[in-house]
Design a protein around this ligand. Structure first.
Ligand SMILES: Nc1ncnc2c1ncn2[C@@H]1O[C@H](COP(=O)(O)OP(=O)(O)O)[C@@H](O)[C@H]1O
Ligand SMILES: [Mg+2]
Length: 252
């Protein structure tokens, strides 16, 4: 299948702090990003602009900036950046039939909104059924997120996810990878900001790594997240000695 979102690029220079973000500087210096896989990861240090970029894509594509589907219209505080006004999207010929923008910080608000809408009587099955039947507030954060992915992400969709691993155990992350596989088999496209070295190994994914030098397309083995986690777990004591060493001195 073709992709719903094929390319993003900047067509004007944003101002203020946005102009300084590594992601903005490298988008300005390039022809934009071409999505060549149906599953794309953005990885990079805190503060490089991953959330800002995912949010700008979401707003540009018509999602609620606080997260949710296209139909969600709640808004608790308008803190989203103006980056979307400078961003251009090249879309595929087919339009997605489903979509969701998951913002790690506002999943709680999205869950409240689902509960609220669920109370409004209307013909047809209750809205909560499409989220697994139980209020997302009555499950743990990780359980509720997996319930959302399992029950609400329906395929032929465009899913923008910001740190979906936030509440998940390693087993939960593997369960989420099975949902990714299902969604891809059902003609979906996933664009994900993550710090998870587990998610990054997803077969066939393309990974854009953000650094102060720009955006590079890398393999999961080349990400700092994978390399650092691996060296840490191979020999925690060595890393701890290094981390806590006084200047020039080995710890006992
Ligand atoms: N309203 C704002 N004013 C100034 N700086 C901001 C504002 N919002 C975000 N930033 C800065 O933008 C940078 C990128 O944030 P973010 O996109 O959340 O990074 P990431 O998701 O990669 O960790 C951060 O360093 C943050 O301090
Ligand atoms: Mg972020």
């Amino acid at each position: 299948m073709g992709r719903y979102l094929r390319q993003i690029r900047l067509d004007s220079q944003p101002e203020g702090y946005l102009a300084e973000l590594p992601v903005v500087r490298s988008l300005m210096a390039s022809q934009g990003l071409h999505f060549q896989s149906n599953i794309t990861f953005f990885v990079g240090e805190n503060g490089t602009g991953k959330s800002t970029l995912i949010e700008a894509m979401a707003v540009l594509l018509g999602f609620n900036p606080e997260g949710g589907t296209w139909n969600f219209s709640f808004s608790t505080c308008e803190s989203h950046s103006q980056l979307y006004q400078h961003l251009k999207a090249v879309r595929g010929t087919k339009r997605p039939k489903d979509g969701f923008f998951l913002r790690a910080e506002s999943f709680y608000n999205a869950a409240s909104y689902i509960d609220q809408v669920n109370k409004i009587p209307f013909r047809g099955p209750p809205l909560i059924d499409s989220y697994g039947g139980t209020s997302l507030h009555k499950q743990s954060h990780g359980e509720s997120f997996l319930a959302l992915a399992r029950n609400r992400f329906g395929g032929q969709g465009l899913y923008l996810l910001d740190e979906p691993e936030a509440a998940l155990s390693p087993t939960g992350q593997m369960a989420l990878m099975l949902e990714f596989q299902r969604l891809l088999e059902q003609d979906s496209q996933l664009i994900i900001a993550t710090h998870s070295p587990i998610l990054l190994t997803f077969p066939g994914a393309e990974i854009f790594q953000l650094t102060p030098e720009g955006i590079q397309r890398v393999s999961y083995q080349e990400t700092l997240h994978y390399q650092l986690t691996r060296s840490f777990l191979e020999n925690p004591q060595r890393m701890l000695n290094y981390l806590f060493a006084e200047d020039g001195e080995e710890q006992p």
